[in-house]
Every structure is written in C-alpha cells, then in structure tokens.
Design a protein around this ligand. Structure first.
Ligand code: FMN
Length: 385
C-alpha cells in the first residue's frame, strides 16, 4: 500500500496525484487552510461530503444508516434486496423493515439484485415506491448461491444481460431518480473479464447511469487479498468527468482520504470499516477540513452511541432486536478498554435488559470495574456526557 500523508494535507493533494508535493508547510501558513473536497454529485442529487456508507447485507439497515449519517456520512445505501423478494413483498409482512427509511436519512440509496431484466425493473419500481432516492444495481455480490442463480457478480460474465438490466431499470425509474451500479473489477483476473468490465462500465453510463461504485477486488477474490486501488485510478481516468465511487480496504479515515487522493475517484464508500465504528465519518470530515484526527470516542460516547443504535433497532424490529444487535455490539466492543470481556458479555445478551446490564456494568460503572480489578486505570473521560 502507498504510504499515508499528514492528515492536514491529504486533501490538498486530491487534485494532484504527484507524490513530490512539499508535505510540511508551516501550520499557520494560509497554504494549510484546506480547500474543501469536491462535493459528490449523483446525477441531480447533491450528496456533498464524498465519504459515504456502503451497502452491507445484514448491516446497513435504517438504524445503522441513521447512526452513520449522524456521525458524518452524507449518504448511505441499504442492504441488497432480491427483485423477487421486492415484487412479492406485502405491506404487512414481517420483512418490510428492509424498506424502512428514516425521514432524517435522505438521500438514501436502495439496492437490488436479480437475474432477469424484466423482473429486475419491477423490483426497482418497488424501491422507488418505498421512497429511495437512488436505485443501485448490484453486479458485485460474490456469494456462491447468488452466482449459482445468475445474480450479483455473475452479471460481470454477461455484459448483454447486465446492460439490458440497466436499460430496463433506467426506463422504469422516474428521470429525477438516479440509477447507479455497484460492480467488482471483474469476475477474475483474465483479459476477457477485464474487457467485459469496461464493456459494462461504458455501456451503463451510455444508458444513463449516474454513478458507478467499483469494488476493486474480483468476484473470484471475494475478500481475499487487497482491493486494487490502481484499478480505480485507471477506471476514473477512463471515464473522465463521470462519477466513480471507490470501494475496498477503507478501515480508517486516513484510508478514505488516501483513496480519494491516490485514485481520483469522486467518492468513497466505507463498508467493513464502518461496522461498530461510525466515528470514521466524523474523523474523515475532520481530516478533510485540515484538522487533526479527533481522539477516539470516549467510553461514555460509545455507550451513548450503543444505546441510540439499540433504541433505533428496537423501534424498527421490536423485542427481537437484541439478537440482531449482537453482530454490531461485537464490533463496538472492540473499542472498549476491556474489549474481550465486553464482547463475551454482549454475545450472551439475549434481551433488552441483558443489553442494558452490559452497558451499565462495562460502560457506566468505572468504580465497579476498578473494584473488580479488570482495568487498573480507566480513561479519565469515562463519565463524560
Ligand atoms: C458483510 C458484508 C455485506 C456486504 N453486503 C453488500 C451489499 O449488500 N451490497 C453491496 O453492493 N456490497 C456489499 N458488500 C460489499 C461492500 O459494500 C464493499 O464493497 C466491500 O466490503 C469492500 O470494502 P471493504 O474492504 O472496505 O470492506 C458487503 C460486504 C460485507 C463484508
């Protein structure tokens, strides 16, 4: 991976890929007053800050997206949904929460995948009815069962079908709602796969797609090995002024700004790096403003965020939310000074009162922790509001 740069300068370099720009102008010099990052635009929609919440199946539901937005993400995409599922969905069904949109989170993207162009378009119409501001087409999912049913990443092997999906979707979605595509950099590393990638990329833009997110791993790669950022740079250079968002290996705020700078993409989508870590967005905003990276969230701040995330989930899912929140809690726990113990307790928490007990014990009661000898010295900011 290329080296990272001082945080107060990284965005100054965004418009210039040259690595030999002086890195250390005096801090009080006007040169350090950072120009704002270019605002991200998706078709007619102004997104603004170009660091957004990625689509994450099993995670990026309305509660997670709201939490990310409150911490600085300017846009978020829901978990991928099957076109068939959307078409069959009835208003009163238990699974309707997939279509939940919080009034505070606009603009928000709805994502779908499927195999057959006509059904795909019908699914897209359901997402429009549900109120999503952007319709995102998934040509990237690498899950075996998905590929076996000719969905997701499978489409990278059949540009004609992929482009028919784009065309039919664009045709049924109202013109003011942008249609976007999410794709991986190919099925595998063969020249044929690369050719097909560019055929779909160019064909999709020619059919009116407003932006394309590229995860710079192949479908075959799944999550093994690095995301090839040099490919993102190549894609951006290839499309010129058209909008490209980059994906892959964004685990810190520095990573986000580095991807913007090194590849020239118009926006970046934070995926695994945002699970249990919504603070990545405020950190990215600070760095983009030329400010130092904010300190990590205090234990009290973590507790407030966990409680709010749980409250939002409880409102949406009802009492069954505690088991659903476990996967988030495990990730949040990683930031606690006693990460292993907190994680174990969250794993065992099966109800709202259990969850609250873990919070009280590990996040609200420093005396208790000290008495138990679990942590000899807790952070001084533990009881901050
Ligand atoms: C658990 C999980 C679920 C995902 N679900 C989706 C999804 O529903 N739609 C999508 O386009 N990408 C999905 N992705 C891919 C991510 O959006 C992203 O492209 C990928 O994780 C690479 O970014 P990262 O290396 O920074 O995590 C998923 C990834 C993970 C790990």
């Amino acid at each position: 991976m290329p080296q990272s740069l001082p945080s107060n300068l990284v965005h100054n370099l965004l418009s210039s890929p040259a690595p030999d720009i002086p890195l250390n102008p005096p801090l009080d010099s006007p040169a350090t007053v950072a120009p704002p990052l270019p605002s991200l635009q998706i078709g007619p929609l102004t997104i603004g800050f170009p660091v957004v919440q990625a689509a994450l199946s099993g995670y990026s539901d309305a509660p997670m997206r709201v939490i990310s937005r409150r911490h600085g993400a300017s846009y978020g995409v829901c978990e991928v949904m099957l076109d068939q599922f959307l078409v069959a969905l009835r208003d009163r069904q238990k699974t309707r929460h997939f279509l939940e949109i919080d009034p505070s989170e606009h603009p928000v993207g709805g994502q779908l995948m499927g195999a057959e162009p006509l059904q795909f378009a019908a699914g897209a119409q359901r997402l429009v009815q549900a109120g999503f501001d952007v319709i995102d087409i998934n040509f990237g999912c690498p899950v075996k069962k998905v590929l076996g049913r000719c969905r997701g990443g499978f489409h990278l092997s059949q540009p004609q079908v992929a482009l028919e999906i784009v065309e039919r979707t664009r045709a049924v979605v109202p013109p003011h709602i942008p249609v976007t595509v999410k794709m991986r950099r190919g099925l595998d590393d063969t020249p044929r796969s690369r050719e097909r990638f560019f055929e779909i990329l160019d064909g999709a833009f020619a059919r009116g797609v407003a932006a394309i997110t590229v995860h710079a791993r192949t479908v075959e790669q799944r999550y093994i090995g690095p995301s090839q950022w040099s490919f993102l740079r190549e894609v951006k250079q290839h499309v010129g002024s058209k909008t490209i968002l980059g994906s892959g290996d964004l685990f810190t705020a520095e990573d986000c700004l580095r991807m913007l700078r090194e590849t020239g993409v118009d926006g970046v989508t934070v995926a695994r790096g945002s699970i249990g870590n919504p603070w990545i967005f405020r950190e990215a905003r600070a760095l983009a403003n030329g400010e130092p990276c904010p300190p990590p969230p205090s234990v009290a701040e973590q507790a407030a965020c966990l409680r709010e995330h749980f409250r939002l989930a409880e409102t949406l899912y009802g009492p069954r939310c505690a088991p659903l929140m476990r996967k988030f809690a495990i990730k949040y726990a990683a930031r606690h000074p006693c990460a292993d113990q907190v994680r174990e307790e969250f794993i065992r928490a099966g109800s709202a009162p259990d969850w609250e007990r873990v919070l009280e014990r590990w996040y609200d009661s420093p005396e208790h922790l000290n008495a138990a000898g679990v942590v000899p010295a807790l952070p001084t900011d533990l009881n901050e509001a």
